[in-house]
Design a protein around this ligand. Structure first.
Ligand code: FES
Length: 102
């Protein structure tokens, strides 16, 4: 059953950047891309636990700051020759408020 958690207003997420929220043991990164799309993924890189929220956002991809792996913000999957996947959370926006489905 869906459990929608209210996070913050979209304006609180920097364009081409992110904010981190903690929910229990989960560390969740909320990204905003250049076109103001919002993506919500696990903040932990599938390679060696780099903080994806500290990475560089380009298109709908974040490049991990540790070893430059590219992670697709839509799928959580690693791009290129590397492999792995981090969790993606369903999100919705209502009246500029971001909700995520835990
Ligand atoms: S920890 Fe992210 S690329 Fe190595």
């Amino acid at each position: 059953m869906a459990k929608w958690i209210k996070i913050t207003e979209t304006e609180n997420i920097p364009k081409m950047g992110s904010r981190v929220v903690h929910y229990g043991d989960l560390e969740i990164a909320i990204f905003k891309t250049r076109d103001d799309s919002i993506f919500v993924i696990n903040n932990i890189c599938p390679h060696k636990q780099g903080k994806l929220s500290e990475g560089l956002v380009h298109e709908s991809v974040v490049t991990c700051p540790m070893h430059n792996w590219d992670v697709d913000l839509k799928t959580g999957g690693v791009l290129g020759n590397d492999s792995g996947c981090t969790n993606v959370y369903e999100s919705k926006i209502e009246d500029n408020m971001i909700f995520i489905n835990i």
